[in-house]
Design a protein around this ligand. Structure first.
Ligand code: FAD
Length: 492
């Protein structure tokens, strides 16, 4: 295939690495532009499927953003090969079919332009590269996916599964991309998207990596009505460079991708590339989260792997408001107990909640503040309203009731609130997908409605945010968009 079909992928986190991997697999030449220079080093010692030692690299505060609603908004970030997969935990639940359609109950604008069944083959493509441990059985609100290592929840927890089932919820092993049982790595996570998906692609002529390349804007050509080049700051030389390609897949993460589109404003797209509808940046959403240790009166087998209690049934919930519960270890003693198959009386619970995406929460270029490159700083305008806070607070009694019905009286020892935008690192929605340009910046295949040779393949494209960890869905969407782009380029 000739080089004039070369695609530029921007960002090497899970979204960009997945897109590039799929394009290369389909024979499309790829140039990957990544702002970071290298992967970040850490340490992971995993024996018998348990992480005995894990040192994660620290994050930096991303420059170029300012909070205009909640002053505590967290901007810790990683510019590195692999993006936030240098730090992530690896929880990879699929969305369920209703997660894509439930928003219709509120408004047509909340209907995703892709169904679970269309995405399912791409979920599997992503799962097959991630070395996942999970159970292989569907539970309510969580379809099972492909896994390399099967793990069922222990026998005495089955009473909890039955109690959850009676309430229309599922209870199972949390699908976790944490690699094979034995590992000694000089990075902090088993799945780093760059090292797992792209490091080996270097040996193939079709793949070119340009690291230390912070993309500043995309260059629009009014004559062909396409984007023709990406302009980047080359950190090594401190100069501006330009790279041409036939198509551009933006995967800079849910804040940096919209920023790049705003920075690419030109005379034909004065308010930002892809922003003829005025929607770019709007409907920003995130996961509020909360963590608490729970104490039981009666001991229960210590979980070797985190367990997952799924959301309340869609039909019995306020639309687009839900919570999920991830139940895991409480310190090293708990890990050792799990290896020795001992029982314990306590565990930790991580809750993620949702919010209804609203137009009034947005990203917007600041009128007067500039970033390190002289480009407008992005205002991040998001806060968790009382209804969002009470939704997540309701998760406390809901879990205690499930446990009590299963015969386990439980008490929350303390609350560790984490209700700060940006804390979960699950922002999304600012270049939302919708079949209609009236409601979406991106279309069914993540292409800008206004500029079809540009795709946004990270969580910016989420139409709504389910209560599930987003990255697997991001990767599935990226693989699907890459598959479609490859077919289109091959047909040219
Ligand atoms: C501690 C922690 C735990 C987490 N745990 C989970 C979990 O268990 N499950 C889950 O689903 N998610 C988890 N996440 C979130 C997950 O890491 C992100 O959802 C995921 O990394 C998003 O992938 P991405 O490729 O869209 O973006 P990123 O990972 O942010 O990657 C974007 C890449 O683009 C590069 N970039 C940005 N701007 C530019 C530019 N202008 N030019 C060139 N390159 C650019 C960045 O350097 C980066 O490499 C966690 C995050 C953290 C921090």
């Amino acid at each position: 295939m000739s080089d004039d079909r070369r695609v530029a992928v921007i960002g090497s986190g899970p979204a960009g690495a997945m897109a590039a991997h799929e394009l290369i697999r389909k024979g499309i030449p790829v140039t990957l532009l990544e702002a970071g220079d290298d992967i970040q080093h850490g340490r992971l010692v995993r024996i018998g499927g348990i992480n005995f030692f894990r040192r994660l690299p620290s994050m930096q505060r991303a420059s170029g953003f300012v909070a205009t609603a909640d002053p505590n908004t967290n901007f810790d970030y990683t510019y590195a090969l692999g993006g936030l997969s240098n730090q992530w935990t690896g929880a990879v639940p699929r969305f369920c079919a209703e997660d894509f359609t439930a928003g219709e109950r509120v408004h047509e604008k909340f209907r995703w332009p892709v169904s679970y069944h269309e995405l399912a083959p791409y979920y599997e493509i992503a799962e097959r590269v991630m070395r996942i441990t999970a159970d292989t059985v569907d539970v309510l609100n969580l379809p099972a996916g492909y896994c390399d290592h099967r793990q069922r929840i222990p026998e005495d927890w089955q009473a909890v599964a039955r109690s959850a089932f009676n309430r229309g919820q599922g209870f199972t092993t949390m699908p976790l991309a944490d690699g094979p049982p034995l590992m000694l790595l000089s990075r902090g996570t088993a799945f780093n998207s760059y090292s797992v998906l792209l490091e080996k692609a270097h040996k193939e002529g079709a793949f070119e990596l340009v690291s230390g390349a912070h993309v500043l804007n995309l260059e629009w050509d009014g004559a062909t009505r396409k984007v023709v080049a990406a302009v980047y700051h080359d950190r090594a030389t401190g100069t501006r460079k330009r790279i041409q390609a036939s198509a551009f897949m933006i995967a800079c993460g849910p804040l940096n991708s919209p920023k790049l589109l705003f920075n690419s404003a030109c005379s034909d797209h004065p308010n930002g590339l892809g922003n003829s509808s005025g929607l770019l940046g709007k409907y920003l959403h995130d996961h509020p989260k909360e963590w608490w240790p729970v104490d039981l009166e009666t001991p229960i087998t210590t979980l070797a792997r985190p367990a997952y209690l799924t959301r309340l049934p869609h039909a019995k919930s306020d639309p687009l408001l839900a919570c999920s519960w991830t139940i895991g270890h409480l310190g090293m003693a708990s890990k050792i107990n799990s290896v020795l198959r001992q029982k314990s009386r306590s565990f930790g619970v991580q809750v993620f909640g949702t919010m209804i995406p609203k137009e009034k929460y947005y990203l917007r270029p600041s009128a007067d503040r500039k970033d390190d490159f002289g480009l407008p700083v992005l205002e991040v305008h998001l806060e968790f309203e009382p209804e969002v806070q009470s939704n997540i607070a309701g998760a406390r009694d809901q879990l205690l009731a499930v446990l009590e019905d299963a015969g386990y009286k439980a008490k929350i020892r303390e609350l560790v609130p984490q209700l700060i935008p940006g804390f979960a690192k699950h922002f999304g929605g600012a270049a939302r997908m919708h079949a209609s340009p009236t409601y979406g910046v991106t279309d069914t295949y993540n292409r800008l409605h206004d500029v079809p040779n540009v795709m946004v393949v990270d969580a910016s494209s989420f139409t709504t945010g389910a209560e599930k960890n987003p990255t697997l869905t991001v990767m599935a969407l990226a693989a699907r968009a890459a598959d479609r782009l490859a077919s289109d380029l091959r047909a040219m």
